[in-house]
Ligand binder design. Structure first.
Ligand code: NAI
Length: 277
């Protein structure tokens, strides 16, 4: 059913093949939404290790695949840490469609995971900047557009299970995702009067480029085979498998729909029960 027909959805961090952003964009598009997919498309300004960045050609080809589903898909460059870059992206989006109904703050990254005692200051700052400040800046810019439109809206933020179950070496990432959870719950209360819901999804271990990079790093540090590290990760998940980007996209699509009108300020785990183990 095309339940999102005539809605315009903006999904950040959707420029990597096999990522959660791509899956969300496809899911919303298959429900009839026009999708605007945005990504950094440039190297991040840091020399600390990170899981990789979506590139322009990749973003364009994802948009082309989505258009084949029969809905418009607009690829745009954005740096979510830069208010001017966000404004430039929104100007192009509004010129094309003149509205935003759904915002999925999906862009995120991990920089230089390590024990706090050795963590580069730059790794901490950059992680907080992309994951927490990025969600703040994009939400701050998009929310007034939703209010002005007078049709309400949906904001879905990508937090992480790390926000409630922080693991060693991941202090910056966990802190940034806990910030996203808190921001979600504050903003939900502010936006309810405008018919805008604000919820967060907390994915567990989802099989994407970012997760594979994390396992590779762990294998390197622990001097264990990659397959062994992945198997140990899977063993901690009651459902016995890694999550798929589509598992997350299904929950996002629900939160973005009319069906979820009474859901706001909620933090929803998508983890295969990982936090229970
Ligand atoms: P991914 O690396 O495929 O997606 C992250 C995207 O964010 C990339 O396309 C990257 O280019 C983009 N990005 C990074 N910095 C940016 C910036 N400054 N401006 C604009 N875009 C930027 O990884 P994945 O796994 O699909 O992650 C998507 C979201 O889900 C992230 O927020 C991540 O933290 C979160 N998440 C992922 C989990 C997993 O197990 N894969 C678990 C929990 C949360």
């Amino acid at each position: 059913m095309k339940t999102l027909r005539e809605r315009v959805a903006l999904i950040t961090g959707a420029g990597r093949r096999g990522g959660i952003g791509e899956a969300v964009a496809r899911k919303l598009a298959s429900a009839g939404a026009t999708v605007v997919i945005a990504d950094l498309c440039a190297p991040p300004p840091t020399d600390v290790p990170h899981p990789g960045i979506g590139q322009w050609e990749e973003l364009q080809s994802i948009a082309a695949d989505i258009e084949a589903l029969g809905v418009p898909a607009l690829p745009l460059q954005v740096d979510v840490t830069d208010a001017a870059s966000i404004q430039a992206m929104l100007a192009k989006l509004l010129l094309a469609y003149d509205r935003i109904d759904i915002l999925v703050n999906n862009a995120g990254a991990i920089f230089g995971p390590s024990p706090v005692m050795q963590m580069a200051e730059n790794a901490w700052r950059r992680t907080l900047e992309v994951n927490a400040t990025g969600v703040f800046l994009v939400s701050k810019a998009v929310a007034p557009i939703m209010v002005k439109g007078g049709r309400g809206g949906r904001i879905v933020n990508m937090s992480s299970l790390a926000a409630i179950r922080p693991r060693p070496y991941m202090a910056a990432y966990a802190a940034s995702k806990a910030a996203v959870a808190a921001l979600t719950q504050s903003m939900a209360q502010e936006m309810a009067q405008f018919g805008v819901t604000v919820n967060a999804v907390l994915p567990g271990d989802i099989d994407t480029g970012m997760k594979q990079w994390g396992y590779q790093l762990e294998a390197q540090i622990m001097q264990r085979p990659y397959e062994e590290v992945v198997a140990a990760g899977v063993a901690r998940i009651p459902t016995g498998r890694l999550g798929l980007p589509d598992d997350v996209a299904s929950v996002v699509a629900f939160l973005a729909s009319d069906e979820a009108a009474f859901q706001t300020g909620q933090l929803i785990n998508v983890s295969g029960g990982r936090e229970l183990a």
